[in-house]
Design a protein around this ligand. Structure first.
Ligand SMILES: C[S@@+](CC[C@H](N)C(=O)[O-])C[C@H]1O[C@@H](n2cnc3c(N)ncnc32)[C@H](O)[C@@H]1O
Length: 287
């Protein structure tokens, strides 16, 4: 039976991006607060920078595709570390901040060469084919971004198509680095940890969580964020598909091949160390 939770529950911002996907960031509210929420530009990526850079170095990666660049936070960190970066996102409201940063820092060669495109994961490979060339060393999709993509078919065809597109953008031996919140735990407890493992933010966030069941199955998790601090109080709502860990791993293996190397991390630590993480981070290699 087709499940389209989207047709039952309307998110606050139902804008459609130029790319044709529903853009939950279209009203600009989350985009504006995001920059404030993720905090000071110099320290905000400290939590996961060493982990990511070390990993990319150990795999000999040079050319990176950030498929959910948003306001550009991960891409900028990688540019500053000397990587060649191509960044895409479906939301012009989010990209606006990345484009502004590129313009402000255009005198730095890495920023002058930074390619930023509006693109949708469902058509990604065709959208950026000329840029893909022989393939990227790594594709990154971080910050619980992938879960924004809903399941229109009931068989997760959208999810498979998007991951297939990520895989096609990689060269042989290239890696996909993709995360999602611990939805197994969210569905069990009905609660989302508000502390960000990603950003050194001085602003506190409260997240009110709702779970939508469609034909008896969890089909959408909606998070109402309240961000407070420094005389700021702002609310926005984002909705996600609740990826169960086992099933998400199965889809990755289905697209990349059963024999492909897959490694799981919890909150940027070995999974044995962090048994009940807020985020699962998957690393999978193209054969
Ligand atoms: C939570 S933001 C994360 C941005 C950034 N990685 C970070 O951590 O700050 C998620 C991003 O995914 C993008 N996105 C959602 N669905 C998309 C799709 N189908 N194609 C391309 N981008 C999409 C949104 O526009 C948004 O900018």
């Amino acid at each position: 039976m087709p499940t389209s939770a989207d047709s039952v529950f309307i998110a606050r911002s139902a804008g459609i991006s130029a790319e044709g996907v529903r853009d939950q960031y279209a009203d600009g509210k989350a985009a504006k607060v995001w920059e404030i929420f993720i905090g000071d530009k110099n320290s905000r990526t400290e939590n996961y920078k060493n982990f990511l850079i070390e990993l990319l170095r150990s795999k000999g990666c040079r050319r990176i595709l950030d498929v959910a660049c948003g306001t550009g936070v991960d891409s900028i960190m990688l540019l500053e570390e000397g990587y060649e970066v191509v960044s895409v996102d479906a939301s012009d409201k989010m990209l606006k901040y990345a484009l502004k940063e590129r313009w402000n820092r255009r005198k730095e060669p890495a920023f002058d060469r930074w390619i930023i495109e509006e693109a949708n994961w469902l058509t990604l490979y065709d959208d950026i084919k000329p840029i893909v060339g022989e393939g990227f060393d790594a594709v990154i999709c971080l910050g619980n971004s992938f879960a924004h993509l809903m399941d229109d078919s009931g068989a997760q065809l959208n999810h498979k198509q998007a991951i297939q597109n990520f895989q096609m953008c990689l060269k042989t031996g290239g890696i996909l680095f993709i995360d999602h919140r611990n939805y197994d735990d969210i569905l069990e407890t009905g609660d989302t940890p508000a502390k960000s493992i990603y950003y050194n933010t001085s602003h506190t966030a409260d997240i009110k969580t709702s779970v939508l069941l469609y034909c008896g199955k969890p089909a959408m998790v909606t998070m109402d964020y309240l961000i407070e601090g420094n005389n700021l109080s702002s609310e926005f709502r984002l909705s996600y598909y609740p990826h169960a860990l086992q099933n998400f791993t199965k889809i990755l293996k289905e697209i990349f091949g059963e024999k492909s190397k897959h490694k799981l991390y919890g909150d940027f630590k070995e999974i044995q160390v962090e048994k009940k993480p807020a985020f699962y981070i998957h690393l999978i290699e193209k054969q």
